[in-house]
Design a protein around this ligand. Structure first.
Ligand SMILES: Cc1cc2nc3c(=O)[nH]c(=O)nc-3n(C[C@H](O)[C@H](O)[C@H](O)COP(=O)(O)OP(=O)(O)OC[C@H]3O[C@@H](n4cnc5c(N)ncnc54)[C@H](O)[C@@H]3O)c2cc1C
Length: 601
């Protein structure tokens, strides 16, 4: 664009674009609509057009998606909901639209009058809205009624019937924060649902973790759907406090939660179109027959422990980090923690605080970001007290985040981590001088991309790095060869004397939960869970553009995955709940672009 060319005001630019776009869609002109996008462009759709979570890239893919969905979706009424803004040549707009079955929201970025990114999300199904705000339940039927049932009686009856004389439409296996958030969404959508959870009480998956654990993400990022943390809630929730919150939440959100219940086996009955799910509820075997089965068994649900020779010879205590009881019993003892990511650092620091002699075994490089810096530089625009003061709501922050297609997200993250690198240059220099192998992700895109790609390989520093830098936590690089009676022996022969060995070696994919509960065949059919296909370590290509299998239809009919951190669990639970509700109501839900399976685990 020449320096003198007058750029139309952002609002006019957006209105004109939406008008042309809406008109092309209304006349069924997929190619014409795609022409309104830049050559290098992205349309991310959460359920509204595709009944899927799908990003299409470039005009040809956009046209294809529209050709296959437009006649059914019948989108209309495109308009901006607030004054668009322009910065650095990019015009940003919040938008709304309607489809044949629901109401949608979205976000648009225009460059030189062409769409660079478009996000469309289904927000509600017409006629099946959530009972919120003006639609809230009355809670009482005024008048006189000899058959009157109280709220408590209704709840008791529901608990007696559901799963016994009435089958739930959905069963969620796993009642951690993921299962609970989805359960709350489905409750508002009036989808009969049971959560089965092996632990006794909601929140136990946090309670059972090592005692020093506090969330690494700040409170603004962590709200659950519908019920926000109060303003006095600490920035970083201690694990037992968040557990109590989840327990309270489960109760007040009226979730049908079967604690002390283990899902033992599940098989899909093709003829009946439903699952045969066998659970053990406090010793009683019950068979449930839901139409939809959601696995919310946790990204960190299946501990992974490498098989080292000599573990049966070792005379001290040894356990995976998920089973670490905390440091109290190890005062004055020699502890070797194998691993150098979040859990390893937290456990090492707590052991050091309790007077143990601690060695961290670093087997591969780790990305470290100081918590304060991460909050200031990476999160503060969307999730912080300043963001709240500037009018940023959690919903808007989540949609802003969702509006960035994964293909471009890594590139946008690189400058953020360059800034962090500069900001904390002394810190990184000291860490590396201590021998700590540090990386920024293979393309320099830092922590969040590592999380999305492989959910491992990083530490959000809340203090342990200082102990590593000053040598108070000893660092041992290299690979473990075997365990001796009283030591961990490294491949180069170095012996690390040990009374305690902690395997902070991570977790295996949720795909394994499918194999455990259903079958290896179904696990292979569904494929790897998590990752984007970025062709980086632990996230092999080809590029898939969305997180594998999460919150969207899978290759196994009626099988879904839910989870992720509190932010993802909050945000994506809505779109998964809407997909389930639509099926419960018999709405036609043809899936565009069902993901292919490239990796089995
Ligand atoms: C040390 C550590 C620190 C973390 N810090 C953060 C953080 O700061 N912020 C954040 O957002 N996330 C954090 N996470 C990630 C954390 O795991 C998840 O955010 C959270 O636990 C995910 O919730 P979830 O419900 O998906 O899984 P989980 O909490 O793991 O819940 C899964 C549940 O499924 C149950 N289950 C599994 N199989 C069965 C079965 N067959 N039958 C019945 N029940 C079953 C399990 O008992 C478990 O309760 C951390 C994880 C770890 C390990």
């Amino acid at each position: 664009m020449s320096a003198t060319a007058a750029r139309p005001p952002a609002a006019t630019e957006v209105d004109q674009w939406l008008e042309r776009f809406g008109a092309a869609l209304e006349r069924g002109d997929a190619a014409g609509a795609a022409e309104l996008f830049a050559e290098d462009s992205y349309w991310r759709d959460l359920v509204a057009f595709t009944w899927n979570i799908k990003t299409v890239e470039g005009r040809a893919e956009i046209a294809d998606m529209l050709e296959q969905t437009l006649a059914r979706v019948q989108p209309q009424g495109w308009h901006a909901t607030e004054e668009p803004t322009t910065a650095d040549g990019v015009t940003d707009a919040w938008i709304e639209f309607e489809t044949a079955v629901g109401r949608g929201k979205g976000h648009l970025r225009l460059i030189s009058g062409q769409a660079w990114t478009l996000l469309t999300v289904l927000d509600e199904l017409t006629g099946h809205e959530q009972g919120l705000g003006p639609r809230r339940p009355k809670g009482v039927a005024h008048g006189a009624n000899p058959e009157r049932q109280t709220w408590l009686e209704d709840r008791a009856r529901e608990a007696e019937e559901l799963g016994h004389t009435i089958q739930p439409y959905v069963v969620i296996v796993g009642g951690g924060q993921g299962g609970i958030a989805l359960g709350a969404r489905l409750r508002q959508l009036r989808v009969p649902t049971i959560i089965v959870e092996r632990n006794q009480r909601p929140g136990d998956s946090w309670r059972n973790r090592y005692k020093s654990l506090c969330l690494h993400d700040p409170v603004w990022y962590d709200h659950l759907p519908y019920v926000k943390f109060p303003p006095n809630w600490p920035v970083f929730s201690p694990k037992d406090k968040i557990a109590d919150w989840l327990e309270m939440y489960t109760r007040v959100m009226e979730i049908n939660y079967w604690g002390s219940t283990t899902a033992k086996s599940a098989a899909y009955d093709e003829d009946a179109g439903e699952w045969v799910l066998v659970v053990d509820r406090e010793g009683e075997e019950i068979t449930l027959r839901p139409k939809q089965l959601v696995l919310a068994t946790g990204m960190s649900g299946r501990p992974y422990t490498p098989e080292f020779a000599g573990v049966d010879q070792f005379q001290g205590d040894q356990h995976h980090s998920s089973a670490h009881p905390g440091p109290d019993a190890y005062r004055g003892k020699r502890a070797v923690v194998i691993g150098s990511n979040n859990s390893a650092h937290d456990i090492c620091a707590a052991l050091w605080e309790h007077g143990a002699d601690v060695t961290m075994v670093q087997r591969s490089s780790t990305h470290v970001v100081r918590s304060d810096t991460l909050m200031d530089i990476a999160l503060s625009g969307l999730y912080s007290e300043q963001a709240v003061a500037a009018g940023m709501t959690t919903e808007k922050a989540d949609l802003t985040f969702a509006s960035l297609p994964y293909r471009i997200m890594a590139g946008l993250q690189v400058p953020v981590y360059e800034q962090i690198r500069e900001h904390d240059a002394d810190f990184y220099a000291r860490l590396e001088a201590a021998g700590f192998q540090h990386d920024w992700g293979e393309d320099g895109s830092g922590l969040f991309m590592k999380y999305l790609r492989r959910a491992s390989g990083y530490y959000i520093d809340v203090g342990a790095s200082e102990l590593v830098a000053n040598g108070q936590i000893k660092l041992q690089p290299g690979q473990v060869d075997h365990l001796a009676e009283d030591a961990v022996v490294m491949a180069d022969g170095t012996e690390l004397p040990a009374d305690l060995v902690v395997y902070a070696t991570g977790y295996s994919s949720m795909n394994g939960a499918v194999a455990d509960l259903i079958s290896q065949d179904v696990a292979d059919k569904v494929g790897k869970v998590w990752g984007l296909g970025s062709d980086t370590t632990k996230d092999p290509g080809p590029w898939e553009g969305e997180q594998r299998n999460m919150w969207k239809p899978t290759q196994q009919e009626g099988l879904w995955f839910h989870g992720g951190n509190l932010h993802q669990s909050r945000h994506y639970s809505l779109y998964l709940a809407l997909q389930l509700k639509a099926r419960a109501e018999g709405i036609d839900t043809p899936v565009y672009g069902l993901q292919e399976v490239h990796h089995t685990r």
